[in-house]
Design a protein around this ligand. Structure first.
Ligand code: SF4
Length: 367
């Protein structure tokens, strides 16, 4: 294999070009850069990601100000956009065409089963995402594309256009499970432009335009919602035909919520299990019981079947868009995007007996 040279900028090495704009440039996750051989490095117990996560990039960055996010606008005087950490890791920058050439040349060793373009709140994000999508579909049609959208700058026709141009799955980072949490973390309270009603309108468009199993909604556990509230959102999304992609809250360095505690382990494991039951195992919110604090006390169904599901480990793996091997396992494994390797929240690999013991202890922990 002849590897293509890639023009590559690493924030940890102070590397940057005078102007780094999409669609000429994109940022990619550290895990994707390691998988593609652009960066040396070893990840704890996992050697690759199966999803090439890309992020559109502009010097002025995201114009929103979400309280938990490392890319938020309030950091613009502190760091260049392409040097800000996002879901705990750095996102180096590279020329998009060179990334495509490298994947075409086999630089990922056939490990990418999906590509994902993450939009941000920026006036050029929509048009540039379409350009990136077109180039990818033309060059690498066998690797399906997901779009992590920015509903605030989008209308229904924008979704239809992305589908016409070849996007396979459309996702929406709702992140907050309730209107109050949404407003406090993403709305006017933190000088951010997002609107709960519009996000749900966009979820409805995604259901209509992309159809069942072809749209997903990100939810972050640990922003102040109860387990019941989070699982209500999961059930609502499932009833529309979609899946939920869960993230455990972890205080992002430099964000407005950097001093908040990470999601409680018991809360997290229970919503992971509840989410998997609803999305993939025929469970329903109405079959579950909750205490006065909204914590799950009974998942419904047979104990034996529930125990087998827990033992499979699948509910505790990273959730996201599927790969080509198993529709219940995410291609996008986001290694350590929501925890330290020493206390894993979303497992980016199959769980072993030690992991299952750890999860079992967290699930049964007394409140
Ligand atoms: S819109 Fe997305 S990228 Fe921008 S601040 Fe909010 S969560 Fe971060």
């Amino acid at each position: 294999m002849t590897e293509q040279a890639v023009t590559f900028y690493r924030p940890d090495r102070g590397g940057r070009a005078p102007t780094l704009n999409s669609p000429e440039y994109v940022q990619l996750s550290t895990a994707a850069a390691i998988t593609l051989g652009l960066m040396p490095g070893k990840m704890h117990r996992v050697d690759c990601t199966h999803c090439l996560n890309l992020l559109v990039t502009y010097p002025e960055g995201c114009r929103a100000n979400c309280a938990y996010c490392g890319l938020a606008r309030h950091r613009e005087e502190e760091r260049d956009f392409n040097a800000r950490n996002f879901i705990r890791v750095d996102w180096p920058t590279a020329r998009y065409d060179e990334i495509i050439q490298r994947v075409r040349a086999g630089g990922d060793k056939g490990r990418f089963q999906r590509m994902c373009i993450s939009m941000i709140t920026h006036p050029r994000s929509g048009a540039d995402t379409l350009t990136l999508l077109d180039r990818w579909v033309q060059a690498l049609p066998h690797i399906p594309v997901s779009i992590l959208s920015n509903p605030t700058t989008m209308e229904r026709e924008d979704l239809a256009e992305l589908k016409r141009h070849g996007a396979e799955i459309f996702t929406i980072a709702l992140d907050a499970a309730t209107p109050a949490v949404f407003e406090r973390t993403r709305g006017a309270t933190v000088s951010s432009p997002h609107d709960w009603e519009h996000y749900w309108r966009a979820i409805g468009w995604a259901a209509e335009v992309f159809g069942p199993e072809r749209f997903g909604v990100h939810l972050i556990a640990g922003l102040g919602e109860t387990e019941r509230e989070l699982l209500e959102a999961v059930q609502r999304i499932k009833d529309l035909g979609g899946h939920s992609h869960l993230f455990g809250f972890f205080p992002e360095r430099g964000s407005l919520m950097e001093s908040w505690p990470a999601v409680d382990a018991g809360h997290w494991r229970r919503v992971q299990l509840g989410r998997f039951l609803i999305d993939f195992a025929g469970g329903r919110l109405e079959g579950m019981s909750f205490d006065d604090e909204g914590r799950v006390v009974d998942f419904g169904g047979e104990d034996k079947a529930l125990a087998a599901l827990v033992q499979s480990g699948k509910p505790f793996r990273t959730s996201g868009c599927p790969g080509s091997d198993d529709p219940e396992v995410s291609a996008c494994n986001r290694p350590y995007g929501d925890s330290m390797p020493s206390d894993i929240r979303s497992y980016p690999f199959p769980l072993d007996n030690g992991d299952l013991k750890n999860v079992g202890g967290q699930l049964s922990k007394k409140y």
